[in-house]
Ligand binder design. Structure first.
Ligand code: PLP
Length: 390
């Protein structure tokens, strides 16, 4: 296969159970499997979480929910949205729980009398979607007149839960409680209230409410702050490739596009068929969040310019680090394997990667009990190639 992503479903199950033990028995857990389960394979991860007894699943888009239902997932699925009005019919057909993100959408549901399971999404300071406080009176009126809408609960999303400074989280939490109280006083019952993501559920047990929405922790990633679990969370995701060519080049030889690396010694290089088209070495370019962050980003680029070891990307062959040399190409990457005398074509290289960036075109190998359980790949079907007459 030359390149693939390995996913350890047992690690995800173990991480889920750690979260399960951490939150109160009465608090439900919603497992976030958006973006192909953060690159881990939505269908397989959802299946594993279902076997583990998770209460709810969550995705962003309607299509993600449909994919899970078509794969036979029975667990309730909350779709975060936002949606276009027509989406409502599909959500109904596939038994997906909808997020009511805005008043216009609620009015559409009411007008068309589409009976749906729904959670109210409340705007408490994130600045993206959600019903605003001054719209809640009208919201309550509409809900009371249209009781075919099955409102299961209400939620909001935190924008700074990863920060050490928790004052804005507390502000959003208070805002949420104020909105919920307002709706309840108007006679709208909201049995499932939820606001915590991974970072918030780790840091603010008092905010767990009726449900927590957890993504990162399931995938072995601690966000914002200390490890709250007795044992470490487990990594479940490995990007791997195989060496397809080995070459020896002399000292002084330039390497790759634009000669960004010149060999300082005679070097044995290995080629792997992975590049930036697969999302390798690609990072999202995000606006720095402040001056300190800005200088960190600039500093990293300066270090990169000087090939500084701190920003060097390494692969790993049987526990031995192998530096990436030169620019990562579109589909090929060059590694320095001089220090591994027995290295061979076909050897497996473990690579670092940002999980949500790695292309879904790479095959996924799912492990259970340490053994491959299944392989899933999005293979393009090539027409049979007929060679021209010799
Ligand atoms: C992605 C997402 C989460 C999960 O966030 P993590 O930090 O990965 O736990 C929770 N809620 C919503 C609405 C999300 O979009």
């Amino acid at each position: 296969m030359y390149k693939w992503v390995e996913i350890d479903l047992d690690a995800i199950a173990a991480n889920y159970q750690k979260v399960r033990k951490f939150v109160r028995k009465e608090t439900k857990i919603l497992g976030v499997v958006k973006a192909d389960a953060y690159g881990h394979g939505a269908v397989e991860v959802a299946g594993e979480l279902e076997r583990q007894g998770i209460d709810y699943l969550g995705v962003t888009e309607l299509e993600e929910g449909i994919k899970l239902r078509r794969a036979g997932i029975k667990t309730p699925i909350l779709v975060f949205g936002p949606f276009l009005p027509e989406d409502a019919y599909c959500l109904k057909e596939f038994d997906l729980t909808i997020s009511i993100n805005n008043l216009e959408f609620l009015k559409f549901l009411a007008e068309k009398a589409i009976p749906l399971k729904a959670h109210l999404k409340l705007e408490t300071g994130f600045g993206r979607t959600g019903l605003k406080y001054d719209q809640l009176a009208e919201t309550a009126d509409i809900l009371k007149k249209n009781d075919f809408l099955n409102i299961e609960g209400a939620y909001s999303h935190l924008s700074t839960a990863m920060w050490d400074n928790s004052s804005y989280v507390k502000k959003q939490y208070e805002e949420f409680n104020r909105a919920v109280s307002f709706l309840e006083e108007k006679g709208i019952s909201l049995p499932i209230k939820h606001i915590c993501n991974s970072a918030a559920l780790s840091k603010f047990p008092q905010m767990h409410l009726d449900m927590v929405r957890v993504g990162n922790l399931l995938y072995g990633q601690q966000v914002g702050g200390k490890n709250i679990f007795q044992e470490e969370l487990l990594n479940a995701w490995y990007l791997k490739s195989q060496i397809i060519y080995i070459n020896e080049l002399p000292k002084g030889h330039p390497i790759g596009y634009e000669q960004t690396h010149i060999l300082k010694k005679d070097t044995k290089i290995a080629i792997i068929p992975v590049g930036y088209v697969h999302g390798f070495s690609v990072e999202p370019l995000l606006k720095p969040k402040g001056i300190i962050n800005l200088f960190k980003v600039l500093g990293k680029n300066i270090l990169r310019f000087f090939n500084h070891p701190r920003v060097q990307i390494y692969g790993d062959i049987k526990g031995v680090k192998v530096p990436v040399l030169g620019k990562v190409g579109m589909q090929l990457t060059i590694l320095d394997v001089s220090h591994i005398p027995q290295v061979q074509i076909g050897d497996t290289v473990l690579l670092p990667g940002r999980r949500t960036n790695i292309s879904v075109s790479l095959p996924k190998v799912f492990l259970k009990g340490g053994k491959p359980l299944k392989v899933r790949s999005i293979q393009e079907k090539y027409e049979q190639v007929t060679l021209a007459a010799k």
